[in-house]
Design a protein around this ligand. Structure first.
Ligand code: BGC
Length: 509
């Protein structure tokens, strides 16, 4: 008897400390969706900087080790992917059947405007059909205008001087003066005019900091430059100008409330928001490095397009030469798009960096140089060895919420071919999101990355981010939902994470 009641007590206390009870579910208007991007799933992209990056790839692996010339792992190409250009209808029907209510998808600038000023009506008509189909399947579309790729006339990797030179602009140009800014505004205006009657939720630019770090710091994205931090910061502010102009153009052109919910157009960016943890929490240098990295990666762009702040030397004030606030950038976010994947560990590593040498005193930036993945064997990792860190989600959300704008989770997911961790990953992250919602944060939607397996940029097709498996060997590109697709449907049906969901699908930790 004694043993029995002790066991009961233990069970009760275990349940209560891990219970989701008391968390209010998300409302019926909550957007439950997935995210995708054009280059990663469509195929037929022949006119962008990423196509050039594909063509530059040299495959000369030694003992299976990726070679320096392998711009994309195994030299995979966008044409060999899931063929969503043709199969989008099947994907939307599948998402509908799984209970999704929204979908984030990309529009490819390089297809819509393959050469400067010449818009391809066939491509625009195609996207009309895509968007109409999404609506027919009961999915509220969120449209991303630019997701990593740029048309070659904007950014030519082989002959840069023949192009607008991408986000940094022409050498010597001041911030806000790169030619890409007006070009992007025009493209945004055109898309909003043509498709605004079908779209209310807009993302101008996906993960600008990832694009710029990949391109100019980590040499992983075209044009493959290394440690050009001044260029990266300069380009960040060009992104801010491009976004702000596109923001106004979309609001001017899109006057139709496509979904009939009273909101005509609502515009944001999808910001990769990362947690930065000092590798030694007692080491002041590591703490300071983490704060600086957070400022550089998470905040400078957001500060520019909310408060108009320009912090050229990234020292967390706007008092230095050429700095200050710019009215034309202010208040150009209607909501905050948060892409959350996890964290980096930051070492005590603040150094003086200049893009060109010699690096004279007063020039350049003081920035932390070493960030890396956690390697703690107690933690869980995805197939790319990225740490899974749901505990950090609430901190990131708190930071994002400090700007006072409604939040949408525009991406959150993992590479998990065997689908061993995806169900519990969803449970743990959505539970944290629900806690944030219960604390009073205005959270409008969750878009899991991703619906289907896709081309993971420089990592090729090997990492599997989909809740639906793609058989790349079958001519039909057969789609097979993984178990996690069911987990997501269950969560959607419950309006979030309940005790039953935790019992069925578990938590990550
Ligand atoms: C990007 C996606 C990418 C995902 C997983 C995000 O950085 O927006 O395109 O596939 O993360 O790496």
């Amino acid at each position: 008897m004694m043993k029995h009641s002790l066991t009961a007590l233990l069970v009760v206390s275990l349940i209560s400390c891990s219970s989701s009870d008391g968390l209010t579910p998300f409302p019926d208007t909550f957007e439950w969706g997935t995210g995708t991007s054009a280059w990663q799933i469509e195929g037929g992209n022949t006119t962008s900087d990423w196509t050039q990056w594909e063509d530059l790839c040299v495959l000369d692996k030694l003992d299976g080790v990726r070679s320096a010339g392998e711009t994309i792992a195994d030299c995979h190409k966008n044409d060999d992917g899931p063929d969503a250009w043709n199969l989008y209808g099947d994907d939307f029907a599948m998402a509908n059947g799984m209970g999704h209510t929204a979908v984030r998808l990309g529009i490819e600038w390089a297809k819509i405007e393959p050469t400067r000023g010449n818009f391809d009506q066939n491509a625009i008509d195609h996207y009309r059909e895509v968007l109409q189909r999404a609506r027919d399947e009961g999915l509220e579309p969120m449209v991303t205008l630019q997701h990593f790729t740029l048309p070659t006339w904007v950014h030519d990797v082989l002959e840069p001087e023949q192009s607008l030179r991408g986000w940094p602009g022409a050498p010597g140009s001041a911030i806000g003066e790169a030619a890409i800014i007006d070009a992007f505004e025009l493209y945004a205006q055109k898309v909003a005019e043509e498709l605004g009657d079908l779209v209310d939720i807009w993302v101008t630019i996906n993960e600008p900091m990832s694009t710029l770090f990949g391109a100019y710091v980590a040499a992983m994205f075209p044009p493959g430059e290394n440690l050009k931090l001044e260029k990266t910061v300069h380009a960040t502010y060009n992104v801010a100008y491009a976004h702000a102009k596109a923001y106004r153009a979309i609001h001017a052109a899109d006057q139709t409330d496509a979904s009939g919910n009273g909101e005509v157009a609502t515009v944001s960016i999808a910001k990769h928001w990362r947690a930065f943890t000092p590798d030694y929490p007692d080491k002041p240098g590591a703490v300071e490095s983490a704060v600086r990295f957070d400022h550089l990666f998470n905040r400078i762009l957001v500060n520019a397009i909310t408060r108009g702040e320009i912090d050229l030397n990234v020292d967390q004030d706007v008092e230095d030469e050429g700095e200050g606030t710019r009215d034309e950038l202010k208040n150009t976010l209607d909501w905050m798009g948060v892409n959350f994947y996890g964290r980096f560990m930051v070492s005590d590593s603040i150094v003086h960096m200049c893009d060109s040498s010699p690096c004279n005193e007063g020039d350049g930036l003081m920035v932390p140089l070493f960030v890396q993945e956690n390697t703690d064997p107690e933690r869980k990792y995805n197939d790319l060895l990225w740490e899974l860190y749901p505990e950090g989600f609430i901190d990131v959300l708190t930071d994002a919420w400090s700007y006072g704008l409604p939040i949408r989770i525009t991406e959150n997911g993992l590479a998990d071919e065997q689908d061993l961790l995806r169900p519990s990953f969803m449970v743990s992250h959505i539970e944290e999101l629900q806690k944030a919602f219960n604390q009073g944060m205005d959270i409008r939607g969750y878009y899991h990355w991703s619906l289907i397996d896709n081309l993971e940029w420089a990592e090729g097709y090997t990492p599997r981010f989909g809740m639906v498996h793609i058989d790349y060997d079958s001519p039909e590109r057969t789609r097979t939902p993984r178990e996690s697709a069911q987990a997501y449907s269950d969560i959607i049906e419950a309006g979030g994470v309940s005790d039953e969901i935790v019992t069925s699908w578990g938590r990550l930790y």
